[in-house]
Design a protein around this ligand. Sequence first.
Ligand code: FRU
Length: 532
Amino acid sequence: NAMFSWQRTFFHFQPEGNWMNDPNGPLYHKGWYHLFYQYNPESAVWGNISWGHAVSRDLITLAYISAYAMVPDQPYDVNGVWTGSATILPDGRIIMLYTGDTIDGVQVQNLAYPANLSDPLLLNWVKYPGNPVLVPPPGIGPKDFRDPTTAWLGHDGKWRITIGSRVGTTLGVSLVYTTNDFIKYELVDRFLHAVPGTGMWECVDFYPVSVHGSKGLDTSVNGHGVKHVLKASLDDTKMDHYAIGTYFSNNDTWVPDNPEEDVGIGLKLDYGRYYASKTFYDQNKERRILWGWINETDTEANDLAKGWASVQTIPRTVLFDHKTGSNIIQWPVEEVESLRLGSTEFNDVLVEPGSVVELEVGTATQLDILTEFELEALGSEKATISEEGCGGGAAERSSLGPFGLLVLAHQSLSELTPIYFNVANSSKGSREAYFCADEKRSSKAPDVFKQVYGSKIPVLEGENFSMRVLVDHSIVESFGQGGRRVITSRIYPTEAIYGAAKLFLFNNATSANVKATVKVWRLNSAFIQPFS
Ligand code: FRU
């Protein structure tokens, strides 16, 4: 379908057509990365949920290999083959656990495995004939029991999985089960964790991170120098929330480092349009990789007209940020750098208060941009910005900001998306920085939901403000301060498309100069196509 064809992404994964949501069961096997995803093979709206399947040698150039890796064809999943996770056992066997929506509309957990483990492409999947292996336990609603995690091995030699749910309507919880064989399970008599007021937890993710190391950890690793990330996708906020804490394997509970930054009330994995993410351990390169779903923000009618809906993010590596000690770091996998074509550098570009400066890079629809900003205050007045820091958007000026990039910007500035920092003096006299994305002027199309997104961001003593931005036609992924905060935008330019898309620096501070050093690569397409 040619309609809105300029919105198609060229290095982000999206199916050839129809609806996609959550990433499912990512794994590495015999030289191939596998990405499964919630897929409607028939239409661009949610329904008939099956597992689509794509494979890749390098995580970036994915090939569609099946729209029907698993289909809803059994009483225990006939209303949908929903989200699930893979576990690779020490002997190499692969366990896939997924949620089935049954013929009675009950959420149950099912077991599947590859028909032929020696097939690197894992084309055929067998559903265990004794499914379901888990049904909602007493006290848990039949529609509040979904999205099993990757399993980890406990101190007692038993495997564990956790599954998000809620108790009543508001207490968000994650249940833990132990198992020896992935067929019979025992419910642990306490929650891994529970947070009042957070509602239903979907797509829970639970994994270790190394406090000092620069490698990812396999899911069962625990002990000294290890913290655990607990992530829940909240049905109420439609955001992925996480917290860092300690996993106590003796009683299968997890406790946040900072109770004020607990799951659902603290950090978000991504402050933009992003949901239902999932990590996996890549044993090939010893790293933990995160995939997330970028949903649409236009109307269902538009999705039907264009014949597709949704994109997956660029896979990101996840590490603990030992500099701040309080967040994870997300960074595009190094393989994305193989798409880099020519680069252009701009050094110490002075951007004066209230000005924009074009960065001439040719067509600016597929870019990898690295930027550092030095902020020089000209006056002595205190910078005060609105409470939320990003709230008013990039047009709301104060003495020290906002400043940053205008991506997917038309020459006339009729359409533009500012990715920026805003800075204020805190009551304690120190500076507070915010990292933001303002979609309000990103599109002239009607019926598009446009929002200002962002978060306070740690900028440490001696650091400049820095960001990396990936631009791919209608997707902008922005990484602040080396990946301490991330914002994904799904935008719908109508004029800033193809050769009309440009890149600018801007400085909307009233009394500060900004000096920017920018390196911009044009990115090649990833040539995502059917497997051949
Ligand atoms: C999250 C989710 C999951 C569920 C799946 C169904 O987006 O609602 O909880 O398993 O999507 O497609």
